[in-house]
Design a protein around this ligand. Structure first.
Ligand SMILES: Cc1cc2nc3c(=O)[nH]c(=O)nc-3n(C[C@H](O)[C@H](O)[C@H](O)COP(=O)(O)O)c2cc1C
Length: 475
């Protein structure tokens, strides 16, 4: 998971992606302090790519009044503040924008006030591929988009993409999943059009591909574009895994650099088969049928999961959403647990209070802490082996620790998941953050050493008394 991955001119330093997560916390589509802290924290947490939530291309394209947008210069400036923070404070972390339009799932309440429920007041008209409400009798009947309506929305995507480029995003993802506007064109359950934009899969692909082409034409050449799809609708008559391969093939032929493979949320009466990594088989199928890079997502939670999916060739990148809500530093923790200290997961500079923070996080001895401890313990017992030897810690000239105290970035034969056990006295020192605490730790360590010495002497005397010269043992 700590190997780089290249998409056009962008090299991601590891394979972990913070999956798009709508926070429904914007005012007039402008991302604020909450978004800065939320995305900033996850960027500091070590992921290779941090994705924004779905950023809407127009006010009518919002899901809720709390959704962010890229349809005004003020919104672009607010996003610039966030991308600047990520690039400055977490160099090497890429930040991507997900552009979308809500389609028939728009004009609804904030998630925690009633997901997919229409607003109590202030609803705006919604539009879609076909005049089919998300929930009959609950949600609005959307206006079926005509040629002019399609052209307007295509242009809104283009304007938003131009603003996204100006705002400094490294990657752009087109949201064609979860039943929003473009996804609604792809699914036969939500697209009942009889014109060129409906019917067969190639007809249903027409508008999403037109939008993709228009955005690709203005999005800087060296910056990658991905497409998120719902690879199955989990419903009879809907998109299937086989269709998903054809959808991915079409986007890849138009220049998509990777397909982000999600599922469902297209129709309310879906029957998903949840489970660990439950969407990965769809990503796997696309990757191994087409040879197109894929992002796997959905119930991937441990670094062991991520490594397994990557090593088995089932995905190129793994996106994690809820695990990053639980732990913004998911990637740094994964590195510490695997004993990895290389360039794929560097700690932010201000966090590097000691030379090897990954070791410190796990209470492992660091060369500097170890040197201090040796200084404390060297006396009074002359000839005592160095503390590192007593702790059974081997110095490896090209191993997990280099002479300069930095890791080499390699696993060095250590098995993932089998991190070294903390060396206790050194850990005591490493865990003591400030000078008085370190002093206390040093004197405790010295006292422990003295007591161990006394105990050893007493034990030797007892052994000598029992095993006297000339004595024999009976069978
Ligand atoms: C709070 C929340 C908001 C989400 N918002 C979006 C979004 O804006 N765009 C999107 O494509 N997916 C969105 N998702 C879906 C996630 O990106 C992800 O696909 C899903 O949560 C499964 O991944 P997980 O099991 O790692 O959480 C959201 C998920 C959560 C939990």
């Amino acid at each position: 998971m700590f190997t780089p991955f290249r998409l056009r001119g962008l090299t991601l330093r590891n394979r972990v992606v913070v999956s798009p997560m709508d926070m429904y916390s914007a005012l007039d589509g402008v991302p604020g302090d909450f978004h800065l802290v939320h995305l900033g924290a996850r960027a500091l947490g070590g992921a290779g790519l941090v994705m924004t939530e779905m950023v809407c291309v127009s006010p009518q394209g919002r899901i809720t009044p709390g959704c962010t947008g890229l349809y005004t210069p003020g919104q672009a400036a607010a996003w610039r503040r966030i991308t600047d923070f990520v690039h400055r404070q977490s160099p090497g972390t890429a930040v991507g924008v997900q552009l979308g339009h809500s389609g028939r799932k728009g004009s609804t309440r904030l998630m925690w006030e009633g997901i997919d429920q229409p607003l109590e007041d202030g609803n705006w008209p919604v539009s879609a591929a076909s005049p089919l409400p998300y929930r009959a009798g609950v949600n609005q009947v959307p206006r079926e988009l005509d040629a002019d309506g399609l052209a307007v929305i295509r242009e809104q995507f283009v304007s938003a993409a131009l603003r996204a480029a100006e705002a400094g995003f490294d990657l752009l993802e087109l949201h064609c999943a979860h039943g929003y506007l473009l996804s609604g064109f792809l699914s036969p359950l939500t697209n009942r059009r009889t014109d060129a934009y409906g019917g067969s899969l190639s007809g249903r692909l027409r508008f999403p591909l037109e939008v993709f082409d228009a955005v690709r034409a203005v999005w800087p050449d060296d910056r990658p574009m991905t497409v998120r799809i719902s690879a199955t609708d989990w419903a009879d008559g809907g998109t299937t895994g086989e269709d998903a391969v054809e959808i991915a093939r079409a986007f890849a032929a138009h220049g998509a650099d990777a397909i982000d493979v999600s599922t469902g949320q297209v129709v309310p009466d879906e029957a998903p088969e949840y489970g660990r990594s439950y969407q990965t088989p769809y990503a796997d199928r696309i990757r191994n049928t087409l040879g197109v890079p894929v992002v796997a997502v959905g119930a991937i939670s441990s670094w062991d999961d991520v490594n397994s999916l990557l090593l088995a060739g089932r995905a190129d990148l793994c996106a994690l959403a809820r695990p990053h809500l639980y732990d913004p530093h998911w990637t740094l923790h994964a590195a510490a647990e695997q004993g990895y200290t290389g360039p794929g997961a560097p700690w932010p500079l201000p966090y590097r209070a000691q030379p090897d923070p990954a070791d410190r996080a796990h209470g492992r001895a660091e060369p500097e802490a170890e040197r201090d401890l040796n200084r404390v313990c060297r006396k009074p017992a002359a000839g005592r082996p160095r503390i590192s030897a007593r702790l059974g810690r081997r110095r490896q000239p090209c191993g997990g620790q280099r002479g300069d105290g930095r890791g080499t970035g390699q696993m060095h034969g250590r098995q993932p998941g089998r991190a070294r056990r903390p060396a206790r006295p050194a850990a005591l020192l490493a865990l003591a953050q400030d000078a008085p605490a370190q002093e206390a730790a040093r004197s405790t360590a010295a006292r422990l050493t003295m007591l161990t010495g006394i105990f050893n002497v007493l034990w030797a005397v007892v052994v000598l008394m029992i095993v006297r010269p000339g004595s024999t043992t009976s069978a």
